[in-house]
Design a protein around this ligand. Structure first.
Ligand code: BGC
Length: 365
């Protein structure tokens, strides 16, 4: 039976590949080789969920597993869904729109009851939602909002508040001076919310003439390397005179701190990030990063899993507010983030997010 299911899945995966290959342009060649690479590196799971069981089936289409947090999201979501007696198929698209759409089609064809999506691209993922709706499958927008689409529910953290927490922590230390803002990926709605939050706090300082934002750029695909390049550019353009940096997440903060380190400036200039990644918390202990923002992933995964199962059972899920995604007011749930500095690292340890041993481990051990 398993082999039979596997063959069906392979056909589902391979058919669209043939269709794509038959009208190859240069871009298609790139996309197709990326899809092949992803298949080879097992980013496309061939193992299919058991379509004969009568368990509720949830499809989880993720953008990436690149940052540490997404591995927690993947594992904790699976655990939460299974604890509710349902099953889940998880596919991660490696930061590629075409692959994410293929994945969603695969999950829809497998007959999942609910599709949970972390969109790589806030706009183009609307196509996935439209396809799911055609098959009467409910869609949850997870952590990141899908724009201009009829998603049934959006569940995330209060991302504007994340940015506000970062800017509050840094303006307390540096109420006057030259600021650099290293944004996230322009394609991710969260990057815009984080930035909005930061500027909510910075604007009065800017208006008074106390703070000048001397550099403000998005970071393509959120990569530390692109953040490193942005930070180098910011330093050169400003004669190496920068007073504070706010980076949209810990991965980009890592790139920023490497660029500062190359000039012997790591630890000299306050830097904010968010995600409470282990490396970032270690940098806080070392004194090269000032703060991060902890988003309790388990609360997100547990809530999303419970609501996915409710939606699958046809229950009405209303959320605690609505958020306009450009098409309509999406029922939404926004969870509370927590600002973390050297003073309250214990909060993360108490929550079991990272162990004390890991945080205080000597580098290289
Ligand atoms: C998430 C962050 C994450 C970033 C890069 C954002 O949408 O909210 O937690 O660091 O994507 O993956």
């Amino acid at each position: 039976m398993k082999h039979y299911l596997k063959s069906i899945t392979l056909v589902i995966l391979i058919l669209p590949l043939f269709m794509l290959l038959s009208c190859e342009t240069e871009k298609d060649v790139d996309v197709n080789s990326e899809i092949r690479e992803a298949e080879e590196s097992e980013h496309i799971a061939i193992e299919s969920i058991d379509t004969t069981s009568d368990k509720i089936k949830i499809g989880f289409s993720m953008d990436t597993l690149e940052e540490e947090r997404w591995l927690k999201d993947r594992d904790m979501f699976k655990e939460a869904v299974e604890a509710l007696g349902a099953e889940v198929e998880i596919l991660a698209a490696n930061g590629n729109d075409a692959i994410q759409i293929l994945h969603a089609e695969t999950l829809i064809d497998q007959g999942v009851d609910v599709l949970v999506v972390v969109p790589y691209n806030a706009e183009s993922t609307a196509a996935i939602v439209d396809k799911a709706r055609l098959s009467d499958i409910k869609v949850i927008s997870y952590d990141r909002l899908v724009k201009n689409a009829d998603v049934d529910l959006y569940i995330s953290f209060d991302n504007e508040q994340v940015g506000e927490m970062q800017a509050r922590a840094i303006t307390e230390l540096v109420p006057k001076g030259k600021y650099v803002y290293i944004g996230g990926a322009d394609t991710d709605n969260n990057a815009h919310l984080f930035k909005k939050g930061v500027f909510n706090i910075l604007q009065p300082f800017i208006d008074q003439g106390d703070i000048t934002v001397v550099y403000d750029q998005w970071t393509k695909d959120w990569t530390p390397l692109n953040a490193f390049k942005n930070m180098e550019e910011a330093l050169i353009a400003n004669n190496y005179e920068i007073d504070a940096v706010i980076a949209a997440n810990d991965a980009t903060a890592g790139g920023v701190i490497e660029a500062l380190d190359a000039l012997g400036l790591a630890g000299e200039i306050p830097v904010a990030g968010q995600d409470a990644e282990l490396a970032a918390v270690q940098r806080i202990v070392d004194g090269t990063q000032t703060m991060t923002v902890y988003k309790p992933i388990k609360t997100l995964t547990d809530t999303a899993a419970a609501l996915a199962v409710e939606l699958a059972k046809g229950e009405l899920v209303i959320g605690d507010r609505t958020i306009n995604n450009g098409k309509y007011e999406v029922p939404s749930i926004l969870l509370e983030p927590i600002a973390i500095t050297k003073k309250n690292i214990d909060t993360i340890i108490a929550d079991g997010f990272h162990s004390k041993e890991d945080i205080y481990r000597q580098k290289g051990n």
